[in-house]
Design a protein around this ligand. Structure first.
Ligand code: ZN
Length: 814
């Protein structure tokens, strides 16, 4: 086995993409994938490097303390492997049910132990004789790494479910340490491969040295299909197995396992009827017929044969699996701690473990994300009650305005209700259900079940396929024994006899149902804000944010619990005082980044203002932000609404470079006075009697340093522009260019300046003037540029401000 171990260490970073093309199971693995990925996404891997380091240290400590002589598995020598399934979803079909998860784990257990219902009918005898049975059982964890009760399934809502890039990014969203748990991530789909193939999943080998990404990722459409062998294949990699052709050199590849014949290549679309396949050197065989007339073992789970023709792992492969799980008797196996008694107890996966009861979490939503509405408008409350099954006995909605109802029910939506608020205000919404839950406790020995009434324990007996010599089967009291002649050839693969025997033995497990009546309740404080259709707030406002979030502003959405706008406290950090006041709004990205969070999103929404009497109503705010890498992707977006917050329209987007204006700062960013910038924004549509503003922060695809906002002001554009602004550099852009019907010109940071915008022809002559006057906003856009120029050709746009600065852009009309 030394040879095998060396190979695995050499392919230390080999991870295995697994692809599908034209209904075929296709898997392309290549060495150096992780290095390619690190090169392509250095910031992502940097963001998890500290976590990885900590995990490795803890893993090494555990391995060093592991007394391999005192380890034991269950009484029937079964190795139990605790599993956590992270469902990364975006509320689509990829958010598979708990039942689907259990079915997938059951199918994995059948396949890996040679109990597939296809095994007997679709495995040629000569290969069936080589079937290996590792006697492992994957079980969903019942205790999480913090010791909290769990069902072994974690659900994370994230857009990264769809085409994550890098594909390991989902592992930063949710991960349990991989020396205690086998991590499985389920996603919607992967980015298309450059060769047109579609990835179905990928695994990471043991010994790969990358603890923070250890596990298997696969798409939900494979995971939710019990006849798919994708999870089995990936679990094979995770336990140390190569593709049969993939880990050796030469025309015929090898997996360095003695009883899986060398293979020329991946066997796409091969079926049982193709046996013997690739036989004879002239027919692409890899060994002479005189040595092996059986050809390639295409029915092996590590090949790419279609699901309905994969049936087995070999004895040699099980030796490799055992080496990963048990080591060599001197050095512990890489995944040995996982099935040790102490870990089985810690993860709640031992026989007879009574899982937690009444733990399902109730949740509610507004179906259209309309958490801000005008008086008299309908809101549509929805719940996740479907996860509680069909045994819900009572339901109660409390909308906070005195209305209490059991609401409506729909098989697809679950419990929901439409409600209309009659009065202005902010309302708490409560939802409560009472339901019965049945929990099954299982054990191989009835005495391990903590049942209150042992007579109610039921036994479940299944037939297991066993193989061996006639004596071995007799000793197991096997029934239905049949003999299978395999010729003398079996000797080539290490078999002693020319005939093997197959039979059935019964396996009994014991089960007890615990029925509990549970009450689940959720209260969402200040869930809905109802505003009058016309606002009374007519005077200008300034918000300093020094004594907590101003009540005129509400944090309405955060996709991570910790990634919220919080208030910086001047008494702790005097340096970030701005104009006045003692604090600012802050997102503490620096600390969050160390946890590997990517894609954070947060927003604040104002009360309503009546701006109809202003000449040019505007919003101004100051901000300060820094980058943690050279490719910032975070943005600040400003929106407004004239219908109480139900719909939002864009005022401006501060791009990633602008948002990270203080530059690359590797330490916890706290702005100096000259790190602050401000901007004034207006639009004709703000001249309305019911205007709300929203400032949102989107962290994008990389990690970032902290961002601060302060001194939000609502008022007349001219007076806000006359303040002593610290504006960022001016910019003129035209997009798209060459011009089409949608082309606009955008002037940034010309606010308050008398400006002339002219079109100049190629001879330097001014042919049109398209604007002259004082610009009222730091984001000033003129749309429909195409229609203002009558003849095709090459032109220049020149913007000249009262500060005598001139900007010229070439534009093309064709
Ligand atoms: Zn593979």
């Amino acid at each position: 086995m030394t040879k095998f171990l060396t190979t695995i260490i050499l392919s230390i970073f080999l991870t295995v993409p697994f692809q599908s093309f034209a209904q075929n199971k296709v898997c392309g693995s290549y060495k150096g994938y992780i290095q390619d990925d690190i090169h392509q996404y250095p910031e992502f891997y940097k963001s998890i490097s500290q976590k990885n380091q900590n995990l490795k240290q803890e893993f090494e400590r555990i391995q060093n303390n592991l007394d391999i002589n005192s380890l034991r598995s269950t009484s029937d020598n079964k190795k139990i492997i605790p599993v956590v399934v992270h469902i990364i979803h975006d509320d689509g079909p990829e958010n598979v049910s708990d039942e689907v998860v259990q079915d997938a784990i059951d199918a994995l257990n059948r396949n890996i132990n040679g109990q597939s219902n296809l095994f007997e009918s679709r495995t040629p005898d000569v290969f069936a004789a080589l079937r290996g049975v590792p006697n492992v059982e994957f079980r969903l964890a019942r205790t999480d790494p913090e010791g909290q009760l769990t069902n072994g399934i974690v659900r994370v809502k994230s857009p990264l479910s769809n085409e994550p890039s890098p594909r390991n990014a989902v592992k930063a969203l949710s991960y349990w340490n991989s020396y205690q748990y086998f991590n499985i991530w389920v996603i919607k789909k992967f980015l298309p491969e450059s060769n047109g193939n579609t990835l179905l999943g990928f695994a990471q080998f043991p010994f790969s040295g990358s603890m923070a990404t250890d596990g298997v990722v696969l798409v939900y459409s494979e995971f939710n299909d019990p006849s798919s062998s994708t999870l089995t294949h990936e679990a094979g990699h995770w336990l140390g197995l190569c593709h049969p052709w993939d880990c050796g050199a030469g025309t015929c590849g090898d997996d360095n396992i003695f009883d899986t014949p060398p293979s020329r290549e991946a066997n796409y679309g091969v079926s049982f009827n193709n046996f013997p396949y690739h036989v004879g050197l002239q027919n692409q065989g890899c060994i002479a017929d005189s040595m092996n007339w059986a050809g390639e073992m295409f029915m092996n789970y590590m090949d790419y044969t279609p699901d309905q023709f994969t049936t087995m792992f070999s004895k040699g492969q099980v030796e490799v699996i055992n080496e990963t799980l048990e080591g060599d008797g001197i050095v512990p196996g890489f995944r040995q701690y996982m099935w040790s008694e102490v870990n089985i107890d810690e993860t709640g996966t031992s026989d007879g473990f009574l899982p937690p009861t009444c733990t399902k979490q109730l949740n509610i939503f507004e179906n259209n994300d309309a958490y801000q509405v005008c008086i008299g408008e309908e809101t549509w409350f929805r719940s996740n009650s479907r996860i509680f099954g069909n045994n819900i006995s009572s339901v109660e909605w409390d909308f906070g305005d005195g209305t209490i109802t059991s609401g409506s029910y729909n098989g697809q939506l679950g419990h929901y209700e439409l409600h209309t608020y009659a009065n202005e205000g902010t309302y708490d919404v409560k939802f409560k259900i009472t339901y019965d839950e049945v929990i099954k406790v299982r054990a191989s020995d009835p005495s391990l079940i903590p049942a209150t009434d042992p007579s109610l324990i039921q036994s479940i007996t299944t037939d297991k396929i066993v193989q061996g010599t006639q004596d071995e089967l007799n000793n197991m009291s096997a029934s239905n024994i049949s003999s299978h002649y395999i010729d003398s050839l079996g000797k080539y693969w290490g078999l002693v006899d020319t005939t093997f025997y197959r039979g059935k033995v019964q396996e009994t497990i014991y089960e007890y149902d615990y029925t509990n009546t549970c009450v689940a309740e959720i209260v969402k404080p200040a869930f809905v804000t109802v505003n009058p259709a016309s606002s009374q707030n007519t005077s200008p406002e300034t918000y300093e944010f020094f004594a907590g979030l101003d009540p005129d502003w509400t944090v309405t959405e955060n996709n991570y619990d910790n990634s919220v706008w919080s208030i910086s406290d001047l008494s702790q950090q005097a340096r970030w005082e701005w104009y006045s006041g003692n604090g600012s709004m802050k997102i503490n990205n620096f600390e969050l980044s160390e946890k590997g969070i990517i894609g954070g999103y947060s927003e604040i929404i104002s009360k309503s203002f009546n701006l109809s009497s202003y000449t040019t109503p505007a919003i101004k705010f100051s901000w300060s932000g820094a980058a943690l890498n050279t490719f910032p992707t975070n943005e600040l977006r400003v929106h407004y609404s004239t219908n109480c917050g139900e719909n939002w329209l864009s005022l401006a987007t501060l791009d990633p470079v602008t948002t990270s204006r203080a530059g690359y700062i590797a330490t916890n960013f706290v702005p100096n006075p000259n790190d602050w910038l401000d901007t004034v924004l207006t639009k004709n549509a703000l001249k309305n009697n019911n205007v709300k503003f929203k400032i949102s922060y989107d962290g994008g695809t990389t990690t970032h340093n902290n961002i601060y906002i302060d001194d939000i002001k609502i008022g007349e554009a001219s007076s806000l522009l006359n303040e002593n602004n610290t504006s960022i550099s001016q910019k003129v852009s035209v997009f798209p260019n060459p011009l089409d019907e949608s082309s606009s010109i955008l002037l940034e940071n010309f606010g308050g300046q008398e400006t002339s915008i002219d079109i100049i022809n190629i001879l330097g002559e001014k042919v049109y003037n398209i604007y002259a006057g004082v610009i009222q906003s730091d984001y000033f856009e003129i749309s429909n540029l195409r229609a203002r120029i009558k003849k095709d050709g090459i032109y220049f746009i020149r913007a000249t401000s009262s500060l005598n600065k001139s900007f010229t852009k070439k534009i093309i009309l064709n």
